[in-house]
Each structure stands twice: as structure tokens, then as C-alpha cells.
Write a protein that binds this ligand. Structure first.
Ligand SMILES: Nc1ncnc2c1ncn2[C@@H]1O[C@H](COP(=O)(O)OP(=O)(O)O)[C@@H](O)[C@H]1O
Ligand SMILES: [Mg+2]
Length: 428
């Protein structure tokens, strides 16, 4: 996280973007100078020295911020405490679920950033909740009751981009049949969410940069400047730093947008959230579809707990809605979309008609029995673990089993007791 703030001693604004601007000024002074006298050299030397000092200060501060983030008291605080802390400080979650430490960290940054009005850049894969996070930032700031205007920079044809963002005057181009307000004007006093900012063409980037610097826009076909005060939150699933190194994204714009930088981790790196999200979306889908929440068969639950979700939370949500639509009371593997549905070998062994995959006879019967027994064992363990919230000792006590035997069985079936924790109870 980088925060621009005012240094009361020197009265200068410290930020990488600010520094780069001043280095550019220095460079162009040198570029256009035809001859330099000693006093000019002294002056440039002093300016370069001041810049070096500021870079060092920024780097010290960054190290300080990192060290503070690594403080044991903070990382060791339990998830519950951190989430509870946010609740007690009246934080608005806007429906954001989960208490994975990395998500909590993002929420805590959002909490601090929200009231400042500073630009925020959110990055993360598609479906990780970037737009939701932008809404969280808006909702927790003092612009919460002002407009939140969302623009998908990747979805607007290049020739309409300027008019879409800044509006146009009647007749300024073919098809401009009347005066029209752009998104920036619509977001005046509120927040503008620039989604997929990495897709913005270079020409658009230059114009955006100018607006961010001057806080005013001009409608296409008009030279009258209009003051706009819109808080900017941008999102991308690209690596903007890399794009800017490749010359495809302006570095100065990157620094302007990323004063505060929030990265949302992909779902596969916060799998501990999955059971909670199941519950949330099962209930949500039930309400939307006016039905009772589905239950998941143990094999389905096990599959979904282990699945990698390339489409992240959006994909998980879509899967749950699909299951809720297609399944009766109990959803099973067969209700999954065909492209991710596993072919369960155990089922095949049981269901395989004689003479097909397996030869008929005593061997096939024995195998089918063993498979059925294995499956029953696994389903029992999964159900029982869910009942006891993943506590193996309690499972052993309740069913009068030896604890180490239970451990052996769990290992045999590759079941991890901690997958059944966190209130991951089946629905009724
Ligand atoms: N932590 C979360 N808790 C609950 N719902 C979430 C969470 N993160 C994302 N979602 C939901 O997942 C879907 C995709 O989120 P979105 O913000 O559109 O992702 P992105 O903009 O990164 O593609 C939305 O329906 C959103 O409400
Ligand atoms: Mg999105």
C-alpha cells in the first residue's frame, strides 16, 4: 500500500507519481539547456539531491509499512477478532463474506482508504470480488449517498470512449444527436469505478490522466471545462506494472491510480472460505428461486471443496445457483456442469453392468462390494465430521470409536477434518 500524504515539514506531497513528475521536469530542463553556468549547475544539483532524499524517505516509509504489516500482534489476532473489530467500527461489508486473513487485510485497507478520497487500484483475477470491493470502499466513505458509477473500460469501442467518459456536445460527431453527460459528470461528488482499466487504449489513458490531474473534463466538441469531483476506484485483472514496463500502460497513470493498492487473492488461495460461501450462496439461491436450500451429497461437497475455481467466487456462485435450480432436495455430482463433472470411479465400479468394464464373476462382485463398503465408510465419516464441526475427538466419542482408528480411516479416504470446520454444517 502506498499512501500519499502531506509532509508538514517541507510542505511537499510525497508520492512516486509526484517524484517522477519532478524528475521529468529536471530532465526537460537539462534537455533544453544550451549552456549551463555554475549557478545553474548548483541549482540542478540541489534539486537532484532533494529528490534523492525524498526517494530515501519514501523507501523508509514503505519498509515501515511492511514491518507494521508483519507485526506479530496483528497477524496473530484471530480472524474472528479482526472481523468483529470491523463490525464494531460499523464497517459496511456490502455482502462481502469470509474471514480469510488476506481478505481481512483487504477489508482493513478498504476501511482506512474509504474516508480519504484517495484513488484505489484493486487487482485480482476475474470473479474475485473487485467490483464488490469498490462498492465497499464507496459505502464506507463520506460519499456513500452520492452516485457510484461503473464503467467497463474494456467494453466500450475505442471511438466512443471519450464521449462515454466525458460526454459530448450535440453534433460533435455523427450520431451525437443531443448534448450528453459522460460518466465522469454522472459521478460528480460520488465515485467512478473504472473496471478493466488495463484495457483502456493509450489515447484514453492520456485523457484520463489529464482529468485526474486537473479535476475537470471537457465534453467532446466543447472547449468549456467542467469541474468534476469524482473519487476514482479502478480495477484490473492484468499486471499493470508489467503492462507499463512493456509500454502498454502509462506509468504515470499507474502511479496516479494506485496510491492505494488492494490485491484480492484467487479463491484457490483462500479455500478455507469455501464452506462459508456455500452456505451463503445456498441460502441466497434458495431465496431467489423460492425453494428450500439444497443439501449436498458428500461426494459433491468433497469435489467442490477441492475444486480449483478458475472463475473464482463468480464461478462458485454460478455453480450453486445451477445446483439449486437442477437438484431436488439433495444435489449430487450429476448436477454439476458437464465440463467440470468428475467421472467417479467408485460409482462406475458399483454401477458397471456385468461384462462391460469388469468381467462378470466373483472378482467383479468382490470389487463392487469393496467399493460399496468404501463409499459407505467415506460417506459416514464425512457426515459425522460435519456433525461434530470437524473435531475428530468428538466424532470418536460420539460414535464410540478409537480416535487413532478414525484418523487412519480419514487418511485412507483423503478427508481433511479441517475442511469440515468453520460452521460448515449441512442445510436442513
Ligand atoms: N467475498 C465475497 N463474499 C460474497 N460474495 C462475493 C465475494 N466476492 C465476490 N462475491 C460475488 O462474486 C461475484 C463476482 O464478484 P465481482 O465483484 O463482480 O468480481 P470481479 O469484479 O473481480 O470480476 C459477485 O456476485 C459478487 O457479489
Ligand atoms: Mg468485474
Amino acid at each position: 500500500m502506498k499512501i500519499v500524504d502531506h509532509d508538514p515539514d517541507t510542505g511537499t506531497t510525497q508520492s512516486y507519481a509526484g517524484l517522477i513528475e519532478r524528475i521529468e521536469i529536471l530532465r526537460s530542463t537539462l534537455h533544453w539547456a544550451t549552456s549551463l553556468q555554475r549557478p545553474d549547475i548548483e541549482k540542478l544539483f540541489r534539486q537532484a539531491g532533494a529528490l534523492r532524499d525524498e526517494v530515501m524517505q519514501l523507501s523508509h516509509r514503505e519498509r515501515f509499512v511492511k514491518a507494521a504489516a508483519a507485526e506479530p500482534t496483528r497477524t496473530e489476532r484471530s480472524r474472528r477478532d479482526r472481523r468483529q473489530g470491523l463490525i464494531e467500527r460499523s464497517f459496511i461489508f456490502e455482502g462481502t463474506f469470509g474471514e480469510n486473513p488476506r481478505l481481512l487485510e483487504s477489508l482493513e485497507i478498504a476501511e482506512k482508504a474509504a474516508p480519504t478520497g484517495l484513488p484505489v487500484l484493486i487487482d485480482g483475477e476475474s470473479g474475485t470480488g473487485k467490483e464488490l470491493m469498490a462498492k465497499v470502499i464507496h459505502a464506507n466513505g463520506d460519499r456513500a449517498d452520492r452516485p457510484f458509477v461503473s464503467v467497463n473500460c474494456g467494453a466500450i469501442p475505442e471511438n466512443l470512449l471519450e464521449s462515454e467518459l466525458f460526454g459530448h456536445r450535440k453534433g460533435s460527431f455523427t450520431g451525437a444527436s443531443g448534448d450528453r453527460k459522460g460518466k465522469f459528470e454522472a459521478a460528480h461528488t460520488g465515485t467512478i469505478f473504472l473496471d478493466e482499466i488495463g484495457e483502456l487504449p493509450l489515447a484514453g489513458q492520456v485523457k484520463l490522466l489529464r482529468v485526474l490531474e486537473a479535476h475537470e473534463i471537457q465534453r467532446v466538441g466543447s472547449d468549456e471545462p467542467i469541474a468534476v469531483d469524482a473519487r476514482v476506484v479502478a480495477a484490473t485483472n492484468r499486471d499493470l506494472r508489467k503492462l507499463s514496463q512493456e509500454g502498454r500502460f502509462r506509468e504515470d497513470l499507474f502511479y496516479r491510480l494506485s496510491v492505494i493498492h488492494v490485491t484480492l487473492p484467487p479463491l484457490r488461495e483462500r479455500k478455507d472460505e469455501i464452506p462459508l460461501l456455500f452456505e451463503f450462496f445456498c441460502d441466497e439461491a434458495a431465496e431467489a428461486l423460492k425453494r428450500r436450500p439444497i443439501e449436498m451429497s458428500p461426494p459433491l461437497r468433497r469435489f467442490l471443496l477441492g475444486y480449483s475455481y478458475p472463475g473464482n467466487i463468480r464461478e462458485l456462485r454460478n455453480i450453486i445457483y445451477r445446483l439449486s435450480c437442477l437438484a431436488g432436495r439433495m444435489a449430487d455430482l450429476e448436477h454439476l456442469p458437464a465440463d467440470i463433472r468428475p467421472t467417479p470411479p467408485v460409482r462406475d465400479a458399483i454401477a458397471a453392468p456385468a461384462g462391460e468394464a469388469h468381467a462378470a464373476g466373483p472378482a467383479a462382485l468382490g470389487e463392487a462390494k469393496r467399493a460399496a463398503s468404501d463409499q459407505a465408510e467415506r460417506e459416514f465419516l464425512e457426515r459425522a465430521l460435519l456433525e461434530v464441526g470437524g473435531v475428530v475427538t468428538e466424532l470418536a466419542r460420539r460414535y464410540d470409536l478409537n480416535r487413532s482408528h478414525v484418523q487412519t480411516l480419514l487418511k485412507k479416504h483423503g478427508i481433511r477434518s479441517k475442511d469440515c470446520r468453520n460452521g460448515n454444517t449441512p442445510h436442513h
